[in-house]
Design a protein around this ligand. Sequence first.
Ligand code: AVI
Length: 322
Amino acid sequence: MQEVISPMIETQFEKDVRQGLTDFPKYLSSKYFYDKKGDALFQKIMHMPEYYLTDCEFDIFSQNKSEIAEKFASGGQPFKLIELGAGDGKKTKILLRHFLEKKLDFTYQPIDISSNVLEGLENSLREEIPEVKVIPKQGTYFEALREITDANGVRKIIMFLGSNIGNLLHNQAILFLKDVQALMNKNDLLFIGCDLKKNPKTILDAYNDPNGITEAFNKNVLIRINNELGGNFDLDTFIHWEVYDPETGTAKSYLVSKIDQEVKIEALELKVQFKAWETIHTEISQKYDDSTVHWLAQQSGLEICDQFTDSEQLYKNYVLRR
Ligand code: AVI
């Protein structure tokens, strides 16, 4: 009998790590920050006083829930509220409660990559607001979006909150928005949260907390390589570094090697050399102004039809239609 040698098929994580760490300059995707530990660290970040984004969106929802409800239900139409990357749903719950109070006819479909997060959200909703009809969906935005059908002609309101769009480069954001646009009917809306350009110091502080929570979040990608791919990164030999360019509005996170070193990654049969002060770029968090959001929308076949901001104008929620 002939022996069948099955080719080693690399997972996406393996492929991406190999590609990013053998390139120059080195990079890793921030999507790999998120596992159970990363999810918990991000929850902590959202509670940090420096990380103003969550409070701003919370404020915007609290202050504008009636107007938002009117936009979503437009004359009492039933609607399906689809949330991409729902997380703990803390902000969305303000809207859900209000929609119930106003007796609006809606269902809530949270989508998240993490079944862990989704389960937590479903349980908390069952406890806190059991009247809400919830249809959770696990998967990446793109997988899930592809599966979102016409919702039987029911109006779709797609929410993408938390300035999650800021983790995409402009060209990726446009591809993402085009994908969403292609699934939207004339009557549907896209509701996105965008962190705005502001005092650069405020932005740097949000990504550079004194307690090292953001640093731990950034380094979680190295822990995942160690645990899942047999890496031997020594976390203490890397520092977390944040830069913000007020001209482009781009905040960038790096991990910087303090020493010359070689890191082994067993599953990839790879040895990675680092020179002292060499970088791994791990995340972008884009900050916006109206003209940039207008341009992104236009490039994606969408238009801004409304917007809501907080009292200090640090953050905006935009309503888009096709
Ligand atoms: C999820 N995302 C919008 C966060 C952000 O602000 O870019 C992730 C994050 N990275 C560091 N702190 C928070």
